[in-house]
Design a protein around this ligand. Structure first.
Ligand code: LLP
Length: 387
């Protein structure tokens, strides 16, 4: 939420910048912990969604582990004080140094995405005289009904090992003497707003656990990945992701055997709504049939609209004028640098302050320096409102 006091503080800060509502972040983390706690589920925050140190620190304080997808993220997790056992490491292209780093620090689990990867982890673990803990990432071939670029669980996607390779996988596992199979990892996609795909994911997981048992492997850990979606259209009305539905759906569809632990890797659902990209109006420009609001925040600060055609709620925080239609765009020399077309907004003028909502996930962390623009800084509600 952006309070009047925050808007007042914004007028003193150079734009564009990221603003984090730390109260909302904390209440979201606590709600997730509470709902997961009802079933004994373990949470590993997908740090790729936002690796801002203050955010990561709040995640650590609530007791979650981390889901990492690179050596850099594993390093960051260790430096931030996460217990190695609470770190899981996924990714289709883990390089030798990344595998070595993770093994030397005894992370909780590799989420292994291919048979060649399994073989390399086994060899490196052998050289280091250690045993690698692994989950096999299974491609469940489920359509998560989300954007093409963020669907990951389909046969045609590059992630995970498919059912047809099962026999070869079992042979490779049996030959891997320096690897201990803990369990399965699945992730079906991102920004999933209906629960059916998650129910289907549970059914797939059960089927695969049974196949592993037949092959002589006991599965102790079931990691169902992330993917829970948030409301980009009406963030103020729905600031909290539906954790209760998510875990409830899994609880209803996935009986847990004695000694098994179920894990999740939410990213977006934990951090999206607490973040805003705050921007100033540089110019209001008249086109022939439309009016453009040109903001000082662009696709280099938040790439989701340009990359996925995503739409974020855009608000003028400082005008109370009558409503007019505007195309709201960024300053970058790319036509895709657009925040929204024909948006109904209060009459807008130069220097008005805008908020682009739901920017906490895959925002700051995906920003870049295109056009020699500096990285937008981050400000936190508990710091700027104290002043
Ligand atoms: N686990 C794995 C293995 C993943 O690949 C991902 C996200 C997550 C967990 C966390 O997913 P979440 O709960 O955040 O949906 N940049 C895109 C999203 C890419 C997601 C990549 N993988 C976006 O801005 O929509």
């Amino acid at each position: 939420m952006i309070t009047n006091a925050a808007i007042k503080a914004f007028s003193q800060i150079e734009t564009p910048f990221y603003y984090y509502d730390m109260d909302l972040l904390r209440s979201t983390l606590h709600e997730c912990a509470k709902q997961a706690g009802r079933y004994g589920y373990k949470i590993h925050y997908a740090i790729k969604a936002n690796d801002d140190p203050r955010i990561v620190e709040e995640v650590r304080k609530v007791g979650f582990g981390l889901d990492c997808v690179s050596g850099g993220e594993v390093k960051m997790a260790l430096e931030a004080g996460f217990a190695p056992a609470d770190i899981v490491f996924a990714g289709v292209g883990k390089t030798n140094w990344e595998i070595k780093l993770a093994l030397e620090n005894s992370i909780g689990c590799f989420n292994v995405e291919s048979i060649p990867e399994l073989e390399v982890i086994d060899a490196i673990a052998g050289n280091l005289g250690t045993t690698a803990q692994v989950c096999i990432r299974v491609n469940p071939d489920i359509d998560a009904h989300t954007h093409r670029y963020i669907t990951t669980g389909l046969e045609e996607n590059k992630f995970g090992i498919s059912a047809w390779a099962f026999d070869e996988l079992v042979a490779a596992l049996k030959a891997s003497k320096n690897v201990h199979l803990k369990g399965l990892h699945l992730h079906i996609g991102s920004q999933i707003t209906i629960m059916d795909p998650f129910a289907l994911e549970c059914k797939r997981a059960l089927g695969i656990v049974a196949r592993f048992r037949e092959a002589g492997f006991e599965i102790t850990d079931l990691n169902l990945g992330g993917g829970l979606g948030v409301d980009y259209e009406e963030p103020a009305a729905n600031p909290m992701a539906p954790f209760e539905d998510w875990f409830g759906t899994v609880a209803a569809n996935l009986p847990v055997a004695e000694g098994q632990t179920v894990h999740f890797e939410p990213g977006r659902a934990l951090v999206a709504q607490c973040g805003y990209l705050i921007s100033r109006v540089v110019f209001v420009k008249k086109g022939k049939d439309r009016k453009f609001v040109i903001l000082d925040a662009g696709m280099n600060d938040l790439i989701r609209p340009a990359l996925y055609g995503a739409r974020h709620h855009v608000e003028n925080l400082t005008s109370r004028g009558g409503k007019l239609r505007y195309d709201v765009v960024g300053p970058i020399c790319e036509s895709s640098d657009t925040w929204g077309e024909g948006l109904l907004l209060p009459a807008t003028s130069r220097d008005d302050i805008f908020a682009i909502a739901t920017a906490g996930a895959y925002g700051q962390v995906m920003s870049m320096r295109y056009n020699q623009r500096p990285f937008a800084k981050a400000y936190y509600s508990d710091e700027i409102l104290k002043k």
